[in-house]
Design a protein around this ligand. Structure first.
Ligand code: GKR
Ligand code: MG
Length: 411
């Protein structure tokens, strides 16, 4: 069963625009003949939903352990279909990536079931946990204090270095994060350099990264990298494309990371050849699931690339899947990203929690989280009522600034 849901999301700014008042997800339930339910979570945009729904009937009768069969059946019904996203913040889309995006939540649900059937946690099915807690970074955003026409939210505005430091303080106090990530690409690069410097002064012991989502030219990126030498553990997607990234990487003292120019397996050979990135930010939601992400980890290790994890707005089923995957990934080299602090709602009865900046790895069978049926119903009704059926940060910002266009190599 595929159920679209919506949950309230603050006005977080990025190079593509601003988050709409509602973030969309699709909740997957796969039921066995014996009545067990496996859970998955993925994007809730309309085009993706259509592909998820097209795949669902083809999975009837599939062996829970047959994840290769899952991919074959989904590929057979999608037949090269592609579901573009409007925000473009996770790189270009392609039929291969769409297939991976549809397979992923079903694979997670099958692994949840396999774990329940064998009485083992998902991380055990992925080779066993190599850590007892998975570190996450505080994901800082420039933001307005409210959505247009709405009430102020609890986080308040963050539109300058002081606002970003205050937001970081609130996140670190509440969750104990031990690394920081600033989403950039919103203001002139010098303003974002100032924000990073302010963070470094306020939190000298916390490794920090900056991610402008390809809003800068290679020249600007190289200048920012020089100005922030010694300040950033990595610089994430400063500029578009593997060629531009390679140009910056050749000059930058810190590694470049990406969730935009290497987002599918066939991007890896060129990225390795050119030296475009030092760190790949995997994301099981579009790399094809947990086992495919483990393959990505092996390739990264082979070519000496660092590995961490990208995130989009998500709920607790995704968090659980991310935690099991990270727990079983020996080569994970940086704290992972998560949007969880920005989500005030959840869809599971006992969400995994962030303690001292890390999520303790659950050892219960399967994913170790259970669907909150009342929350599913409530969030589905929110989806039906909210009037949004796809993420479009650019169009939403245009409602306030009609001349706005998404920033791509704009500075
Ligand atoms: O939530 O606005 C956002 C982020 O910008 C997200 O959409 C990106 O995909 O977190 C992402 C990133 O690291 O680029
Ligand atoms: Mg990124």
């Amino acid at each position: 069963m595929v159920t679209p849901v919506a949950f309230a999301d603050p006005p977080l700014l990025n190079a593509a625009g601003v988050h709409q008042p509602w973030a969309l997800r699709a909740i997957i339930q796969v039921r066995t003949g014996s009545g067990l339910v496996g859970l998955g979570e993925t994007y809730g945009d309309a085009d993706h939903l259509a592909l998820l729904r097209r795949a669902a009937p083809a999975l009837r009768g599939l062996d829970v352990f047959d994840t290769n069969g899952l991919t074959a059946r989904v590929a057979a019904v999608l037949r090269g279909a592609d579901a573009p996203d409007a925000h473009g913040l996770t790189g270009p889309t392609s039929p291969q990536k769409s297939l991976a995006r549809v397979v992923a939540p079903y694979e997670v649900a099958l692994l949840d079931l396999a774990g329940q059937l064998t009485d083992r946690p998902v991380h055990a099915l992925l080779g066993g946990k190599v850590r007892d807690a998975v570190p996450f970074a505080a994901y800082l955003f420039y933001k307005w204090d409210r959505h247009p026409g709405g009430e102020p939210d609890a986080w308040g505005a963050a539109l300058d270095p002081d606002g970003i430091v205050a937001q970081a303080r609130a996140m670190v106090d509440r969750y104990g994060f031990r690394s920081l990530k600033l989403k950039g690409g919103v203001f002139e690069p010098d303003a974002e350099i100032a924000a990073v410097r302010a963070l470094r002064r306020a939190f000298p012991d916390l490794p920090t990264r900056l991610d402008p989502n390809a809003a800068w030219t290679p020249q600007t990126s190289t200048r920012v990298a020089a100005e922030l030498a010694g300040e950033l553990e990595y610089l994430e997607d400063p500029t578009p494309g593997r060629v531009g990234m390679a140009e910056v990487a050749a000059a930058a003292s810190m590694p470049l990371a990406t969730n935009m120019c290497v987002v599918a397996f066939d991007h890896l050979p060129e990225a390795v050849r050119l030296g475009s990135v030092g760190v790949v930010l995997g994301d099981h939601h579009y790399w094809g699931g947990l086992r495919a992400s483990a393959q990505l980890a092996a390739i990264c290790a082979t070519f000496g690339l660092g590995l961490s994890m990208h995130s989009n707005s998500h709920l607790g089923i995704s968090l659980a899947a991310m935690v099991h995957l990270a727990a079983a990934t020996p080569t994970l080299s940086y704290a992972c990203d998560t949007h969880i602090p920005w989500a005030e709602d959840d869809i599971v009865t006992a969400p995994l929690s962030i303690v001292d900046g890390a999520v303790p790895v659950p050892d219960a069978p399967g994913l170790g989280v259970r669907l909150d049926e009342a929350a599913l119903d409530r969030l589905h009704r929110q989806y039906l009522a909210c009037g949004i059926d796809r993420r479009d940060d650019e169009a939403y910002l245009r409602t306030v600034d009609p001349g706005f266009t998404r920033r791509v190599a704009a500075w």
